[in-house]
Write a protein that binds this ligand. Structure first.
Ligand code: NAP
Length: 489
């Protein structure tokens, strides 16, 4: 049932009360809580799988994989906070005899930011929804979470919320540390973002939705950060000499990536850029054959299917766009039909609409006349989660200035690999300049995602006994600290 505005207010009041005790709960206890969440999610067993499959049309193997990723993320953050060094402790002891002025004792660490609102993602019903990466990283940081369930998988969300509530009881956490609200339409979500007790927002979804919530957050009397992951076409650059040698192999890899999960990944390769030559002709032939043989698939919800149909039709209507290949099977109105099209770089550069995300199994090939046009296309790109370069080491070295441009544009650069498939590990960066996200300094995947929900505080001239344990003399927690400019445990 949709939450009322009174329920939104009550949830934030409850979250704030919980924050006052939860922020001081030590890493060991938070780790235990996160591990119990993972256990309780697994204990939901077949009911969770069948509900998620029914609501999202995703196959069982994908849901099982996503459940593993979700519980794995909870346990990864548990290990992180149990170990404790994530708080980035810095200790500078006093120099009372320094001249001309004495130096005070200053110690700094990250502390939790406060109640966080998380918007569940349609395309990751488990791993980026109720107990997903945003929730797990916020809870790990010490922040209570209020999830606005995605209406396309409301029952799945309710089941996972029930598992988290059981974990709250079992681990003895304050009740308001996690709350779950429904709301079809924008009222509930917007009220959550506007509420003065909300201190940060995590969002995955459309550019329109993410930007609207970001703008609301900026207009508050007290603006707050919104970590929104929104729109990326993940350009793939195919270098000319290498393409001659690997046209068919590269095409096969891209057919798999474009059609994987009916193209409903934020890392779907929506733009393929290459210089015209024999390699590109063979690549297009092979890619088109692969796409012709690919089957349409049911999309996550009717809104996403309608959006795909509408945006695809709009792209194909643009001057100079030619369909190169499309699934030979008919698609129903809830299915996404794989399709690839091409356009000349000179036309692409004049039409900004062709660089917009078409969320689904679609990719646009941009044909360049030479290196200058390839550079112009790279410069024209807006912010991306990823860019890929297909080429051997010698050829990539020849294009080092192009690589420099791509580093400006994206959060992750991939050599000879497709952008789909985001490894969850400390070195992963899943973010990028706008419109890929609203804050390119942070990642939504991997342990550093916790930093979105923490802020630094410096404690000056504090008596040792009043300092947080992480900063006390003798390092009672045994964590890594920058101690008078030297790394020490
Ligand atoms: P969405 O429409 O942005 O919705 C995501 C969540 O945000 C929902 O809970 C929605 O609430 C809420 N929301 C959206 N706009 C809002 C606003 N102005 N004010 C308050 N709340 C708002 O995304 P979606 O339904 O998941 O998918 C729609 C499109 O988003 C897709 O077709 C695709 O283009 C894009 N998408 C992109 C990515 C990516 O990673 N790049 C991922 C998923 C989706 P309600 O549902 O209650 O309206």
């Amino acid at each position: 049932m949709d939450a009322t505005l009174d329920q939104v207010d009550a949830a934030l009041q409850e979250a704030q009360i919980a924050f006052l005790s939860y922020k001081n709960i030590n890493g060991k206890k938070k780790a235990e809580f996160l591990r119990v969440i993972a256990d309780e999610m697994e204990a939901l067993g077949g009911e969770l799988l069948s509900t998620a499959m029914r609501e999202t049309n995703l196959p069982e193997a994908r849901i099982i994989g996503e459940r593993g990723r979700t519980t794995g993320q909870c346990r990864m953050f548990a290990d992180l906070v149990e170990q404790g060094s994530w708080v980035e402790a810095r200790v500078d002891t006093a120099l009372p005899d320094r001249t001309p002025l004495p130096k005070p004792d200053i110690r700094k660490m990250l502390v939790p930011i406060g109640p966080v609102v998380v918007f569940g993602a349609a395309n990751f019903p488990l791993a980026y929804s109720t107990a997903g990466g945003d929730t797990a990283s916020a809870l790990a940081a010490g922040c209570p979470v209020i999830v606005k369930a995605h209406p396309a998988h409301a029952e799945t969300s309710e089941l996972v919320a029930g598992a988290i509530k059981k974990a709250i009881d079992k681990a003895g956490m304050p009740k308001g540390v996690f709350q779950h609200l429904h709301g079809i339409g924008f009222e509930v979500g917007q009220a959550l973002v506007k509420h003065p007790l909300t201190k940060a927002v995590g969002f995955t979804g459309s550019l329109a939705g993410g930007k609207a919530l970001f703008d609301i957050a900026c207009q508050r009397a007290q603006p707050i950060p919104v970590f929104a992951e929104m729109s990326s076409i993940n350009p793939v650059i195919l270098l000319p000499d290498s393409l001659v040698h690997q046209a068919e192999r590269t095409a096969a890899a891209l057919v798999g990536s474009i059609t994987q999960g009916v193209g409903q990944f934020c890392t779907n390769p929506g733009l393929l850029v290459a210089i015209e030559n024999d390699g590109l002709n063979r690549f297009i032939k092979s890619l088109s054959e692969g796409i012709n043989n690919a089957l349409p698939g049911i999309m996550l919800h009717q809104g996403i299917a309608d959006n795909y149909t509408k945006r695809l039709a709009r792209t194909l209507e643009q001057k100079g766009v030619t369909v190169e290949g499309q699934s030979s099977s008919n698609a129903t109105e809830s299915q996404g039909k794989p399709l690839v099209a091409s356009v000349l770089a000179s036309t692409f550069l004049k039409n900004p609409l062709l660089a917009e995300e078409v969320f689904g199994p679609f990719s646009l090939i941009v044909k360049c006349k030479g290196i200058h046009e390839l550079h112009a296309v790279a410069n024209h790109l807006s912010g991306q989660l990823t860019t890929s370069i297909f080429g051997d080491e010698v050829e990539i070295a020849k294009y080092s200035s192009l690589v420099n441009v791509l580093i400006e544009k994206a959060g992750r650069l991939i050599v000879n690999g497709v952008p789909t498939g985001v490894e969850v590990c400390p070195s992963m960066n899943h973010g990028g300049p706008f419109p890929a996200t609203t804050d390119s300094r942070f990642t939504a995947v991997g342990i550093d995602a916790i930093k979105r929900f923490a802020r630094p505080v410096a404690f000056q001239s504090f008596p040792n006994s009043l300092l947080p344990e992480e900063l006390q003399d003798g390092n009672p927690l045994g964590i890594w600290r920058l101690f008078n400019n030297e790394w020490k445990k």
